[in-house]
Design a protein around this ligand. Structure first.
Ligand code: NZQ
Ligand code: ZN
Length: 387
C-alpha cells in the first residue's frame, strides 16, 4: 500500500433547500461576487432569480455563456478581466462541471499578472486563487469536491487538465432538486463520466480491498440510480444518491493507498472533445469498452474477473476470459441501454483525424505509464475500434 498525504478542504452542503445557507457561507469571503453560469439553464429553472435574491446585499458581477468543454478564450480570459477590473472577492459558480472548471481557472488567473495559460499548463506554479463557492446543477464530474478543472483551447486542439490545491472550492452546494431538469442525454453522460472516474481508479496495478469494495458499490449505485432517474427524472432519492456517487469521483478518496492507474480513458477522451467538442461522458462511454478489450491479457484478466463478478453479478464458475469478456460486454450494453450513442461516427467523428489525435494523446498524456501502458499505436487502435 502506497503512502499518501490527503486532504479535501471543501465543505459539502447537501440536500433539498440548502441554498438557504448561501449568504452565511459567502459573507466571510467578501462582498464582491463574480457570478458565473452557462447558457441559460439556471434561468429556465428559476435558480438565477433565487440566487440574485439571496445576493441582494452583495455587489454582483456576472459572467454568462460558459460553454460545455469550457473555452480559454473567451470565457477564462473574460472572467479574469472582470475579476481584476472589479476587484472581485469571491467566485460563485452556478451550473455543471464546465462552469465550475472555468471558474477555477478564472480564480487562479485573477491572482496572476501574466497569461493564465501559463498556470493551466504549469509553466508557472499556481500560488494563489480567489475563493470559489459553487451550486451544482448537474451531477457528473466531481469538480465540486476536487482541485481540478479541464480547459479547452480550440485553436490548438488542446483540452488540458489543470490541478492545484488552490482550486478546491471552499463550499459546494449540492441540492439534488436542481438536477431534476438535466436531460436524459446529460444524465447518461454524467453516469458514464462518474463510472469512468471510478473505473480509472479501480483498474490499477495495486489496490486495497477497501477501495475495491467502495468502487464496486459506487459503480452499482451509479447504474441503479441512473436507471431510476431515466424512468422518473424527479425521483429525489435516485437523483440524490447519484449526485453523491458523482461527488466521490475525482478527489482521490477512491484510491487512497492505490498505485498505478494512469487515467487512460480520460487521456484519450480529452483529444476527442478537443478536436470535435463532443460531450465528455459520451466520449468516455464509447472508448471504455474498447480500451478494456484492448488491454485484456494475462496480466489484467483477474481484475476484469473481479469487476465482472462484483459489479455485474456474472457467474464466477466459468473460465476467466469468459467472465472478463462478459464483463466488457455488460459494460457496453449498460451504456447502450441508457441511450448513449456507442460509436464515434454517431457523435460525428470519422477516421480522418484518428492518427493525428493518437499522436496528440501519446505526446501529451503520458499513457505509457498507465495501468496497461499505451503507445501511440495502441491509442490509434482503440480509436479505430471505437469508430
Ligand atoms: O450551459 P447551461 O445552459 O447551463 O446548460 C448545461 C450544458 O448545456 C446543461 N445543464 C447543466 N445543468 C442543467 C443543465 N440543463 C438542464 N438542467 C440543469 N440543471 O448541461 C450541459 C452540460 O453541462 P456541463 O457543465 O458541460 O456538463 P458536465 O458537468 O458534465 O461537465 C463537463 C466538463 O467537465 C470536465 C469535462 O471534461 C467537461 O469539460 N470534467 C471535469 C472534471 C473535474 N473538474 O474534475 C473531471 C471530469 O473528468 C471532466 O473531464
Ligand atoms: Zn471525466
Amino acid at each position: 500500500m502506497q503512502n499518501f498525504d490527503y486532504m479535501t478542504p471543501t465543505r459539502l452542503i447537501f440536500g433539498e433547500g440548502v441554498i438557504a445557507k448561501l449568504t452565511e457561507v459567502l459573507k466571510p469571503l467578501g462582498n464582491k461576487v463574480l457570478l458565473t453560469y452557462g447558457g441559460g439553464s439556471i434561468k429556465k429553472m428559476g435558480l438565477y432569480d433565487k440566487v440574485m435574491e439571496l445576493l441582494k446585499d452583495f455587489e454582483v458581477v456576472e459572467l454568462s455563456g460558459i460553454q460545455p468543454n469550457p473555452k480559454y478564450d473567451p470565457s477564462v480570459l473574460d472572467g479574469v478581466r472582470l475579476c481584476k477590473e472589479n476587484q472581485v472577492d469571491v467566485i460563485l459558480a452556478v451550473g455543471g462541471g464546465s462552469v465550475l472548471d472555468c471558474s477555477k481557472a478564472i480564480a487562479a488567473g485573477a491572482k496572476y499578472d501574466g497569461d493564465p495559460w501559463d498556470l493551466i499548463t504549469y509553466k508557472v506554479p499556481t500560488t494563489a486563487a480567489l475563493p470559489i463557492v459553487d451550486i451544482m446543477t448537474l451531477a457528473a464530474t466531481g469538480s465540486e469536491y476536487d482541485a481540478g478543472g479541464v480547459i479547452s483551447r480550440t485553436e490548438t486542439n488542446d483540452k488540458v487538465g489543470y490541478v492545484s490545491p488552490y482550486l478546491f472550492p471552499v463550499a459546494s452546494f449540492l441540492d439534488p432538486t436542481y438536477t431534476f431538469s438535466v436531460s436524459k442525454k446529460q444524465t447518461a453522460a454524467g453516469c458514464a463520466d462518474a463510472m469512468n472516474h471510478t473505473m480509472e481508479q479501480y483498474f490499477a496495478a495495486d489496490t486495497t480491498l477497501l477501495n475495491d469494495g467502495i468502487c464496486e458499490a459506487n459503480l452499482r449505485s451509479l447504474m441503479e440510480n441512473t436507471k431510476a432517474i431515466l424512468k422518473n427524472p424527479e425521483d429525489y432519492r435516485a437523483r440524490a444518491e447519484f449526485m453523491l456517487d458523482c461527488t466521490y469521483g475525482c478527489n482521490g478518496i477512491l484510491a487512497l493507498g492505490n498505485s498505478g492507474s494512469g487515467w487512460p480513458c480520460h487521456g484519450m477522451e480529452h483529444a476527442l472533445s478537443a478536436y470535435y467538442d463532443i460531450t465528455h461522458g459520451e466520449g468516455l462511454a464509447i472508448i471504455t469498452p474498447r480500451w478494456m478489450k484492448h488491454i485484456l491479457n494475462d496480466k489484467t484478466v483477474d481484475r476484469f474477473v473481479k469487476y465482472g463478478v462484483n459489479v455485474f453479478g456474472i457467474d464466477k464458475n466459468q473460465d476467466k476470459y469468459e467472465i472478463a469478456n462478459q464483463a466488457i460486454e455488460a459494460t457496453y450494453k449498460f451504456f447502450e441501454s441508457i441511450g448513449i450513442p456507442m460509436n464515434l461516427q454517431a457523435v460525428g467523428i470519422d477516421e480522418s483525424r484518428i492518427d493525428e489525435m493518437a499522436h496528440h494523446v501519446a505526446e501529451n498524456e503520458g499513457l505509457e505509464n498507465a495501468y496497461a501502458p499505451l503507445k501511440e499505436e495502441d491509442i490509434a487502435a482503440i480509436f479505430r475500434a471505437s469508430l
